[in-house]
Design a protein around this ligand. Structure first.
Ligand code: ACO
Length: 327
């Protein structure tokens, strides 16, 4: 049977570390508050001269190396991001050039923190339908460029990172089940989003003065939505696959905050030891979050060939999704 398998992963974290103690000097916050409410102790910040495509290229090269493929084998590149290099051309075109994937085409995918799982869903469909054999899916963000560094309620949460995966046709089961959802009734930039800089509110001196190019969020509402939606998405793929949660070896939820991750674990009924968590080190890296975590889990041997891995995510839009993968 024609299946789509994840044959290589890679990630890139900028070297520059911003700790909670650094943030104490920037806004009226404390390490204690941030740790208690989010579980985050530090996050990475990209160098000024780097754009999202630069982070993506590093991660993609590592994924290509781990998959042991030639970049010329890649048919399609999906870069999931809310922080593209620019409105256009796409970040994916710069990635294509950077890795020398001359036989591919590519595009950017906007689904906020759900972007990587949306990208996997597309890659899975394109491969299973015989349209393509090899797809590169990247999740990459430089949220530090769209953060209001004077807003203590958001600036402590996010970090910069990129992760990448090579998905290739296979006869063995790889992506076993995949599900994505959205509810545009929540597409309110004040709930979670960046109000200005698009066609609804183009950039002007006033939008810059009012900091409307930075992330706005109503944290408690977002928290409640995440805790409800991620377990529902996870259950949907388990039901589709006819798999019980006890058979899953590792759950990787969107790394938004440790309290959300714990609540999701409780609701899906998984042993807390089987939940992979790295939000403490990197914060919320949006579209990069689950692929950076999966790559790290594989490198640290928390995830091994043959394991059943469950990804579950949610993000602005509202968007959500889940993927069940046999590694
Ligand atoms: N340091 C110190 N105090 C703070 C900070 C801070 N960094 N941030 C907020 N506070 C204060 C507030 O001003 C408020 O003070 P007040 O009681 O005097 O008014 C108090 O802490 C409580 O604020 P709340 O917003 O109610 O705090 P809450 O317990 O909800 O925690 C948090 C806030 C951590 C943001 C939480 O709501 C949360 O995690 N929400 C989900 C966020 C998330 O996951 N976002 C990403 C979604 S994915 C995507 O698509 C990007």
């Amino acid at each position: 049977m024609r299946s789509a398998a994840l044959i290589g992963t890679g990630s890139y974290l900028p070297d520059n570390v911003l700790t909670n103690f650094d943030l104490e000097k920037m806004v009226d916050t404390s390490n204690e508050w941030i740790m208690k409410r989010t579980g985050i102790s530090e996050r990475r910040i990209a160098d000024k001269e780097m754009a999202t495509s630069d982070l993506s290229i590093h991660a993609a090269r590592r994924a290509i190396k781990s998959a042991k493929i030639d970049p010329l084998e890649i048919d399609m590149i999906i870069v999931s991001t809310s922080t593209p290099d620019s409105a256009f051309p796409s970040t994916a075109c710069s990635v294509q050039n950077g890795i020398g994937a001359k036989n591919s085409y590519g595009f950017d995918l906007a689904a906020a923190c759900s972007g990587f799982v949306y990208g996997l869903d597309l890659a899975d469909g394109m491969i299973k339908s015989s349209r393509y054999d090899t797809v590169l899916v990247v999740g990459a963000e430089i949220f530090s460029r769209i953060i209001d560094w004077e807003d203590k309620s958001t600036c402590v949460l996010f970090g910069d990172a990129a992760g990448a995966a090579i998905i290739q046709v296979s006869e063995e089961p790889g992506i076993i089940a995949s599900y994505c959802g959205a509810d545009g009734a929540y597409a309110d930039a004040d709930l979670l989003g960046v109000p200005a800089g698009g066609s609804r509110m183009p950039a002007s001196a006033a939008t810059v003065d009012q900091k409307l190019h930075t992330v706005k969020m109503r944290g408690q509402e977002v928290f409640k939505l995440g805790v409800r939606i991620m377990p529902e998405a996870a259950q949907k793929v388990l039901d589709t696959a006819g798999v019980s949660i006890d058979q899953v070896d590792l759950v990787i939820p969107h790394q938004a905050n440790s309290r959300i991750i714990e609540a999701v674990g409780d609701r899906i009924g998984i042993d807390p030891e089987k939940i992979y968590v790295n939000v403490n080190q990197y914060g919320n890296t949006s579209a990069a979050s689950v692929i950076v975590a999966l790559d790290e889990a594989i490198r640290e041997e928390h995830a091994k060939v043959g394991d059943l891995i469950l990804l579950t995510v949610f993000g602005a839009g509202l968007t959500w999704g889940s993927t069940l993968i046999r590694l």
